[in-house]
Design a protein around this ligand. Structure first.
Ligand SMILES: *Cc1c(COP(=O)(O)O)cnc(C)c1O
Length: 395
């Protein structure tokens, strides 16, 4: 049996998204910048996609900028807010320790340029506290950036509360909503969000297309220079087919959000319930504030990488952290940020499921993971020491 349980890394393209995009790869291949009617078909498709995306997050169409993905949108949002702040003498940026690297590395680049960066720690439940954001704010704070939902542990942050706080203090607020878009309701107006990033391939659109939402009045800095596409803020001939697919996929996900959630939650809960029966295991991240599909657990005495390889042999695609950190031997910065010791963080497993998964697949995971964990523990010198009492159990 083949089970794809890594939907937080990427998703398959939905039928609706594929059907919507195909005409723009075949008969309607015009360039939206061309003046003849054939090119204008593409222009109209872009406009319609912009309206659809805006409606899904309660924005205005002119506040939607199409990008090459979530990473580019995060980069542009943060750099824009930093540059705008610096022009007013404000060079302090607030974010969190457990952001995606698209945010963390952009902040690190700005730090080298002379910005001061405060990275807040999430609490042990994987949730950032409003009081901590408030306490970090200074007169020279140019930006607060807090992710909507964490990509590794699935915890959802108090976005509306942070948005209200920032609005009251006149500080731009950015959120990386890549893991939330299409999976949870987003209302940029009600939540007082100024800048937001989302990415198509996390909700059944193709890879390589995303959105930067920038509230009217936010001044954007270009990351890519060239033509006047996207109101002059993002040069380059538009990925028309990808943009059309993104809009179709987002609309479909938003229209079916309740029913998808109702399908995913019982599968996720069964995973948590059954896998928690494995001795010396631990669930990471509060289940109270959580995206529907993400399950993150640690199993003491094993290496997450070995677990993944053995699950792969059994047809199960999973992850031990973000796709970008996999391949490195360092444990996940997210798991360390919620206070897990290195030894425990090394034995992590992320299963992220979606509406295309079935209960039969969940049963296959539930049958396989405990077997693989005991197999690996039997070969593990660390587990041996734990069993003999030569080292203390940490979970
Ligand atoms: C996937 C992801 C990104 C990056 O999006 P891309 O479209 O792959 O560049 C950024 N932030 C989070 C939280 C993600 O999960």
């Amino acid at each position: 049996m083949f089970v794809y349980a890594d939907n937080a890394a990427t998703t398959s393209v939905s039928r609706a998204a594929l059907d919507a995009m195909l005409p723009y790869l075949t008969e309607n291949y015009g360039n939206p910048s061309s003046l003849y009617a054939f090119g204008q078909k593409a222009t109209e498709a872009l406009q319609e996609a912009r309206e659809t995306v805006a409606k899904c997050i309660n924005a205005e169409p002119r506040e939607i900028y199409f990008t090459s993905g979530g990473s580019e949108a995060d980069n542009q949002a943060i750099v824009s807010a930093a540059r705008a702040g610096a022009r007013k003498g404000k060079k302090h940026l607030i974010s969190t320790q457990f952001e995606h690297h698209a945010v963390l590395h952009t902040l690190a680049k700005l730090e080298k340029e002379g910005f001061e960066v405060t990275l807040l720690d999430p609490h042990a439940d994987g949730v950032i506290r409003l009081e901590d954001v408030e306490a970090a704010i200074r007169p020279d704070t140019a930006l607060v950036s807090v992710m909507f939902a964490n990509n590794e542990i699935g915890t959802v942050q108090p976005i509306a509360e942070i948005g209200a706080l920032c609005r009251a203090r006149g500080i731009p607020f950015h959120t990386d909503a890549v893991q939330a878009a299409g999976h949870m309701p987003i209302d940029v107006k009600a939540m007082n969000i100024d800048l937001l990033a989302l990415s198509g391939h996390k909700f059944h659109a193709p890879k390589g297309v995303g959105v930067l939402y920038a509230r009217r009045g936010m001044v954007l800095t270009n990351i890519i220079e060239g033509g006047a596409q996207e109101r002059g803020k993002r040069a380059g001939t538009e990925n028309v087919a990808g943009i059309v697919a993104l809009a179709a996929a987002l609309r479909e996900s938003c229209e079916h959000m309740e029913e998808n959630t109702a399908k995913i939650i019982p599968m996720r809960d069964k995973l948590f319930t059954e896998l928690s029966k494995i001795p010396h295991s631990k669930i990471n991240g509060s289940l109270e504030h959580h995206v529907p599909g993400t399950v993150n657990m640690c199993f003491e005495g094993i290496e997450g990488e070995s677990l993944l390889l053995m699950l792969d042999d059994q047809g199960i695609c999973a992850s031990s952290g973000s796709a970008c950190t996999s391949g490195s031997l360092d444990p996940s910065h997210v798991l360390l940020s919620i206070g897990l010791p290195h030894e425990v963080a090394h034995g992590s497993l992320r299963l992220s499921i979606g509406e295309y998964n079935s209960m039969e697949e969940i049963d296959h995971i539930i049958e396989t993971v405990p077997q693989v964990v005991s197999y690996l523990r039997n070969m593990s010198p660390v587990w041996d020491e734990l069993q003999k009492g030569q080292r203390p159990h940490l979970i």
